[in-house]
Design a protein around this ligand. Structure first.
Ligand code: CP
Ligand code: NVA
Length: 315
């Protein structure tokens, strides 16, 4: 089946079919091979990318900027200090103007609604580089890393341990449900993922065969092929730090927890940045099972693949 993603935005992954996601994963692997071979292409020559950041970023910013620039494109970094983003000008109007000047827009910030408005009013491909609800480019890199380790991911089990409501956990639920990977969220009941998302994912899971489980019980890590965690406090909820420490301390990913999977060839993933000694111990993130650094590198290859697929008629 031929897949074309030309002109599409990448906002939640909810609207991408399993075939389209697989296409992006395959293209990411091709892009990585090209990069390793030292081949140089100019596939973004004559194109411009607006990179809007309400929040700081290391991986996402560097991935977008280098992936676009090294192929001859012109990325422009714009923080909220630089442009009117929802202040002094309606967001819709900023989006309209950006659409006249740029080939595509990347947005990182708080509200999902912002990235949706940018896509609607710019009429150009818009990429969600993280909002409070989703982190879809991260999920793509995570699955590239899973495929590099296990080959096909259908029927494998990914287990997320930590804040079950967070953006990374939500995007992992979506991609697992689409691709037939079993997804276990281990989180205290207070931090359960919301029902609306769970219901949406249950529909995808029915087709793909994915089993989605949400439980507070840490022993559910047994049999997991991959353990994933993220910081305990983020998304503007920094004032809840004390409460999160209290709720999530029993959910730290340490060697004991990794051992409880019973899988010697299991891997550890983390979107980064990590708070060592909180959600993960240094011996795990620096240990043999960790793939966190491959995962970080894969952000660049997957992001380049998304931009190639959506900006070029033929890749
Ligand atoms: N994983 C991730 O999005 O990292 P940054 O916050 O550094 O972009
Ligand atoms: N939950 C984290 C993810 C960082 C990649 C955050 O929103 O900052």
């Amino acid at each position: 089946m031929s897949v074309s993603l030309f002109g599409r935005s990448f906002l939640t992954l909810l609207d991408f079919s399993p075939e389209e996601i697989q296409y992006l994963l395959n293209l990411s692997k091709k892009v990585k091979k090209e990069a390793k071979s030292g081949k140089v292409f100019r596939r973004f020559q004559g194109k411009t990318l607006a990179m809007l950041f309400e929040k700081r970023s290391t991986r996402t910013r560097c991935a977008f900027e280098t992936a676009f620039g090294e192929e001859g494109g012109y990325p422009v970094f714009l923080s909220t200090q630089d442009i009117h983003l929802g202040e002094k000008e309606a967001l819709e109007d900023t989006a309209r103007v950006m659409g006249r000047m740029f080939s595509a827009i990347q947005f990182r910030g708080f509200r999902q609604e912002t990235v949706e408005i940018l896509a609607k009013f710019s009429q150009k491909p818009v990429y969600n580089g993280l909002t409070d609800l989703y982190h879809p480019t991260q999920a793509l890199a995570d699955f590239m890393t899973l495929e590099e380790n296990f080959g096909a991911v259908k029927g494998r089990t990914l287990c997320y341990v930590g804040d079950g409501r967070n953006n990374v956990a939500r995007s992992l639920m979506v991609i697992c449900a689409k691709l037939g990977t079993h997804f276990t969220v281990i989180t205290p009941a207070e931090l359960n993922p919301d029902n609306e998302l769970r219901q949406k994912c249950a529909v995808f899971a029915q087709t793909s065969g994915s089993v989605i489980t949400v439980t507070p019980n840490i022993v559910a890590v047994k049999g997991a092929d991959a353990i994933y965690t993220d910081v305990w406090t983020s998304m503007g909820e920094e004032s809840k730090r004390e409460e999160r420490l209290r709720l999530l301390s029993p959910y730290q990913v340490n060697q004991t927890l990794m051992g409880m999977t019973g899988k010697r060839d299991g891997i550890f993933l983390h979107c980064l940045p990590a708070v060592r000694g909180e959600e993960v111990t240094s011996d795990v993130i620096d240990g043999q099972q960790s793939r966190a650094w491959d995962e970080a590198e894969n952000r660049k290859h997957t992001i380049k693949a998304v931009m190639l697929a959506t900006l070029l008629k033929k890749v």
